[in-house]
Design a protein around this ligand. Sequence first.
Ligand code: HEM
Length: 144
Amino acid sequence: MSDPYLWLKWIHVLAIISWMAAMLYLPRLFVYHVEAEPGSKQSETFKVMERRLLKAIGTPAMIVAFASGIALGWMAGYWSSGWLHGKTLLVVMLAACHGYLARCVKTFAADRNTRTGVHFRVVNEIPTVLMMGAVFFVIFKPFS
Ligand code: HEM
């Protein structure tokens, strides 16, 4: 119980669970938001849900996931390992997805969305695949 590395990994796993929850749920909200009339009560409710999911959960969890992951890699001396390079590449792509979803939250908030529900259904799959790849790298540690 006294190993600081395990405590940091516990925080890391909690942060990535929270970040992925936001990354997988936000596009889903957009799929339904597209069908709501701009200015309607339903559209205004979606705006509040999207903003809170991003700002209160998604963004803080991403920051903690990065900080704790970088520290874990440093503590265990993993930064020269190919698996962590591969994982970090996928995680940087996840962060780019986060940036795109954050931009969509702003576009919906301004009632300026022009994307379709099909677009957001496809977008929904991208963080799913990247998450599967990131977890694969850290569990199997190929190229070690
Ligand atoms: C820049 C961001 C990240 C870095 C540098 C990073 C680095 C690390 C390191 C060094 C470990 C410890 C590995 C071990 O002790 O065996 C770890 C554990 C883990 N990471 Fe990350 N990580 C990052 C983001 C993520 C993300 C976004 C996910 C999931 C989508 C993730 C999933 C996991 C899991 C599940 C573990 C626990 C693995 C185990 O206990 O075997 N990480 N991470």
